[in-house]
Design a binder for this molecule. Structure first.
Ligand SMILES: NC(=O)c1ccc[n+]([C@@H]2O[C@H](COP(=O)([O-])OP(=O)(O)OC[C@H]3O[C@@H](n4cnc5c(N)ncnc54)[C@H](OP(=O)(O)O)[C@@H]3O)[C@@H](O)[C@H]2O)c1
Length: 308
């Protein structure tokens, strides 16, 4: 049976890529904020009710981590209340909600990788609203897959990769946080993995549901710090740019020669971040047979796409 899939947040890093990776799975309706605004949960619920999709992939979110500290109500509406209302609609029709969450639901004090069963304790407003979203969705009884991911980047959109490349054209030395650890994950790989999860759920769909439900960690393998990520960006970019034919935005030479690791305390931001954002992907592997490539491989592939 053909599927009708609704993507929210079509202009975002993951939403953009989902439009390509979900296309083979059925009829895809991709909505921008102007078409489906999660700041108005009732309007969002009405949209879903009228469209009656089999699956909603909710890639829209209030993702401005620092701004959320001064807009906690709006962040909660977008990240928790609207997803809850969409989940309620899907619970009524037997639809499936695929939703994204974050390592920021944890406080980062665990010495090793976080499992899905570990206790949550967000340090900032954004993390609290994302955790609220997870819990409210689960409470509706809707079939749901919540994919917690980390340190998302792409060659378009607002992200660390593009910030590093911009700064690297302006200065010789980049000062980047060295005491926060995580796994930089390319939006395209997240979207491709999501398509595989959706496909598996669709195969298991029957009168009782979609075969799977719950929270899954989905991040690149390996780990680094922001400083380590920046160093690798510069190194890969240099080696790729040397043979790049195109000298567009990603092809022009960089000025930066080195990355200096600094402590989080030296780079004060409104929202506190966890020191450890590393998530274990064991559940994703044992349930869906999915293992994402190491972050260095993902970065190289993303840059190869940009520098060509
Ligand atoms: N970025 C990360 O490092 C990261 C890490 C862990 C988890 N995640 C999660 O992954 C998911 C996708 O993140 P992303 O990095 O792709 O985000 P992103 O690039 O910041 O895109 C967010 C998307 O949400 C849309 N949006 C914002 N407010 C909205 C509203 N009120 N109504 C409808 N749409 C709205 C944005 O639209 P506009 O273009 O109009 O603003 C944009 O399309 C989110 O659930 C996020 O919490 C992200």
């Amino acid at each position: 049976m053909s599927l009708r899939l609704l993507i929210t947040g079509a202009t975002g890093q993951i939403g953009w890529q989902l439009q390509r990776t979900l296309a083979p799975l059925g009829e895809v309706i991709a909505c921008t904020r102007a078409q489906l605004d999660l700041a108005d949960p009732e309007a969002a619920a009405k949209y879903v009710r009228e469209l009656a999709p089999d699956i909603v992939v909710n890639a829209a979110a209030y993702t401005a981590v620092d701004k959320a500290e001064s807009e906690p109500e709006l962040a909660r509406i977008v990240n928790a209340i609207a997803p809850e209302r969409i989940a309620e609609e899907l619970a009524r029709t037997g639809g499936l909600l695929i939703h994204y969450s974050t390592d920021y639901v944890f406080d980062g004090s665990k010495p090793g990788p976080y499992e899905e069963t570990d206790s949550t304790a967000p340090l900032n407003v954004y993390g609290r609203t994302k955790l609220d979203g997870e819990q409210l969705i689960a409470a509706t009884g809707c079939a749901h897959i919540i994919l917690r991911t980390t340190w998302v980047y792409d060659i378009r959109g607002k992200n660390f990769l593009r910030t590093v490349l911009r700064l690297a054209r302006e200065r010789e030395e980049l000062r980047m946080v060295g005491d926060q650890h995580g796994a930089p994950t390319w939006a395209r790989i997240i979207a491709e993995s999501t398509a595989q999860v959706v496909s598996r759920c669709a195969q298991h769909r029957d009168s009782t549901g979609w075969g799977y439900t719950g929270v899954f960690h989905l991040t690149a393998a390996g780990q680094t710090s922001w400083a380590g990520f920046a160093e690798q960006i510069l190194e890969d970019y240099d080696s790729l740019a040397s043979w790049a034919a195109d000298t567009g935005e990603f092809g022009s030479p960089l000025m930066a020669k080195r990355v200096v690791a600094i402590a989080s305390e030296q780079y004060k931001l409104p929202a506190q971040r966890p020191h450890n954002s590393v998530l274990s992907n064991a559940r994703l592997l044992s349930t869906f047979g999915l293992r994402l490539p190491d972050w260095r491989i993902q970065l190289r592939l993303a840059l190869q796409d940009a520098v060509r």
